[in-house]
Each structure stands twice: as C-alpha cells, then as structure tokens.
Design a protein around this ligand. Structure first.
Ligand code: ZN
Length: 304
C-alpha cells in the first residue's frame, strides 16, 4: 500500500466552531500563545527544532497578521495558529537575516519536515494561494473580504460567499501486466518521465477521468481503475487522487499538445531509474507519482 504520502497528516484542530464568532476571534488574536506560520506562493518559513528536526517557524503575531482579516489555520493543543503571506514583505528577509528561519521551497520542505508539519505546510500554502488568487468576486467582480477567520471570502456588493477550492486531479499507474506506462510532458528535459495525470472534468467520476486521460494522452485503453491513496498538492491548489489500472494490449502514441513522449518501461528500467542509473529520470520522492511507482517496483511490477 501507499503509506502516508508527503503533505498529509496535519493534526491541528481547524476550529470550525470559533470562526464566525468575532469575540472568540479577538480572544485568539490577543492570546499571548498565538503564533503565525508564513509562506509565499511556493515556499514556507522553516527553522530547526531543538532536537534538530526541521519544522515550520512559529513566531508571535507582532503585526504580521491583519487583525481585521486574520487567517486562522486552527488550534495546536489550544494555541491559536495563524497564517501570514510573506511573499513580498520584509518579514521573511528579516526573519532570515536574524537567523530565525529561512524560506524553503514547498517541495524541499516536504522532504525535510516530519509528517504532521508537512501536512500543515500544504494546508498553509494551499489556503494562502487561494486567497491570493481570489481577491475579487467571481459573481460581480467587486473586491472581496476575508471571512470565517480565513476559510471563506465574502462579497460586500452582491453578498455571495466564496470558499477555498481544491481541484481534483487523477494520477494513475497504468500497467499492461509486465510494464508501466510513463510519459514525458512537453517542456520536460529528455529522460524525465512520470505516470500520467489529469484534472477531473465536471460531471465525471475520478474513475472515468482515469480512463479518459489515459486514452487522450497515450491512446491506450485502461480499465478497472483502483483507488490507492491521495495527496494534497498545493501547486497551487490540487488534490491528487492516486489510482492504478490495467491496460489492454497496445502501443502508446503521444497525443499532440499533451505529451512529448509516452512509452512502456520494464521493471528493470524503472529500477535503474530509482537507483540513478540508466537514462530514466523519475519524479521526486516528495510526489505521490513516485510513491505509486516505488510501490509497483516493490511488488515486483504487479498491480494490487
Ligand atoms: Zn459579488
């Protein structure tokens, strides 16, 4: 099985019952134990814990959190934890200059952080990305305001509410019984391959999306998709749904505009790629793509 993909396992209480209560929110903002964690579009502020393990930097609010439109992530054992966007502020530079923390890309942080911290980092970046890209009302175009302590935006003009979106993406390991189907996207360097993936369309189940995407990207007929695991992927707002499926016999053909190359790879070729030998360059270990590939290799090239 696929155990604990990176960016999963956040443990904090998201405090739904406190979010529409202004007095409760003011109490949390004034709590001397309140802290913020900071992120830019694709990086998080990280520091070393006393034991040496990397963790998100937690700092007193000190003007980094707007008290009128705060983004509350939740409660950590009762302690309020807020989010701050540090992408274009001096805060990140100052914190880095004082040795308190450093901005690390989310992909790197996913490998450095422990499980719960990695999940928290994904939540932080996904939520800030949503606010950054949804400042105006999709209904009437007016500027919106943060509400529900950061888990919604409200339009003062047409009074509609907007909630954080997560885009479902299917990602699937396809096998013909012996080999695995990998593709190289347009723009990727030669040798870099991954399993196929694509957005779930409106009016479609993830299983239907698996079959459709494999056909569209490789001209291969897949059947009987089986769900294995999921992973938040806030680049900027996806949820990866990991599947495996059998393919009917056939030679893959890259479809114009989607993939530069698609082909079958043997178990030995993928093993060589894992070890850094050969010419195949597999996706990074932070991704569920790699977890699905590694699990297939560990099972000797068979599906579950
Ligand atoms: Zn509006």
């Amino acid at each position: 099985m696929i155990e604990h993909p990176r960016f999963t396992g956040a443990t904090l209480d998201r405090a739904a019952e406190l979010r529409d209560d202004r007095h409760q929110l003011e109490r949390l903002l004034a709590d001397p134990r309140a802290r913020f964690v900071g992120a830019s579009a694709d990086a998080v502020l990280v520091t070393a814990a006393p034991g040496g393990e990397a963790m998100l930097l937690r700092r007193p609010l000190d003007g980094h959190v707007n008290p009128h439109q705060p983004i509350l992530l939740g409660l950590e054992e009762g302690r309020p934890l807020f989010a701050a966007d540090v992408s274009d502020t001096e805060a990140a530079q100052h914190l880095a200059a004082t040795g308190a923390g450093q901005l690390v890309t989310l992909r790197d942080a996913g490998m450095m952080l422990g499980r719960a911290e990695g999940g928290l980092a994904a939540y932080l970046v996904a939520l800030l990305n949503w606010h950054r890209h949804h400042r105006f009302c999709a209904n009437c175009g007016a500027a919106t305001r943060i509400s529900d302590a950061g888990l919604a935006r409200r339009c003062p003009t047409c009074r509609s509410s907007h909630f954080p979106r997560t885009d479902p993406v299917v990602i699937m390991l396809i096998s013909d019984g012996e080999r695995v189907l990998l593709g190289r996207r347009e723009g990727w360097e030669p040798g870099r391959f991954s399993i196929l993936a694509g957005f779930v369309s409106p009016g479609e189940t993830p299983e239907e999306a698996v079959v459709r995407e494999v056909c569209e990207e490789a001209g291969i007929v897949a059947h009987s998709p089986r769900y294995l695991a999921s992973q938040p992927w806030p680049f900027p707002s996806s949820l990866m749904l990991g599947y495996e499926a059998q393919a009917l016999p056939g030679e893959p053909v890259a479809q114009v505009g989607e993939m530069a190359e698609v082909r079958w790879f043997t178990l030995q070729e993928v093993r060589d790629g894992q070890g850094g030998g050969g010419t195949l360059r597999l996706p990074g270990e932070v991704s569920i793509a790699r977890a699905l590939i590694d699990a297939w290799v560990a099972r000797g090239g068979t599906l579950l």
